[in-house]
Design a protein around this ligand. Structure first.
Ligand code: CMP
Length: 137
């Protein structure tokens, strides 16, 4: 069993596809171990994406992630990290496989609807960034 952090970004929430995205996770066998809707401050988004600090897209990314509410979830299952990334599709929606969340709903490399942890160490950091252990079931 593995856990990963998923975020439905402000563009996904605005498009009203939260249920559609969760349906895809559950249909693929992932369980929602924790979930909440939050509106991040710019500082919270900067801390979350600290690994990208200094990159040309960092300021725009953290502004975008704090411009409206998001849904953060802990997904649990076998190979949850890789499975979630497969369901999301490539970061650049133009390279995402047909039928993936980003191929179906993303509008640009920036406005790409969902985020998912990319490795066990980042998953641990990202889950702990938003959830206390007692909030995860
Ligand atoms: P995410 O998976 O959340 O990880 C970092 C985010 O930065 C990425 O999705 C995109 O929303 C955003 N981003 C914007 N421009 C780029 C870029 N050129 N390369 C990678 N990520 C980018």
């Amino acid at each position: 069993m593995e856990r990963t952090l998923s975020i439905i970004k402000p563009d996904g929430v605005r498009k009203n596809i939260t249920g559609e995205i969760i349906r895809r996770f559950e249909s693929a066998g992932l369980k929602i171990a924790a979930m909440k809707k939050i509106h991040m401050s710019k500082e919270t988004a900067e801390g979350f994406y600290a690994v990208h600090k200094g990159k040309f897209f960092y300021d725009e990314l953290t502004s975008f992630m704090s411009e409206g509410p998001v849904v953060v979830m802990v997904l649990e299952g076998e190979n949850a990290i890789a499975l979630n990334r497969k369901l999301m599709g490539a970061t650049n929606f133009k390279e995402a496989d047909p039928g993936t969340i980003r191929a179906d709903f993303a509008e640009s490399i920036q406005f790409n609807v969902v985020h998912g942890s990319d490795a066990p160490d980042t998953a641990e950091f990202e889950i702990g960034y938003f959830f206390k252990p007692e909030e995860i079931f």
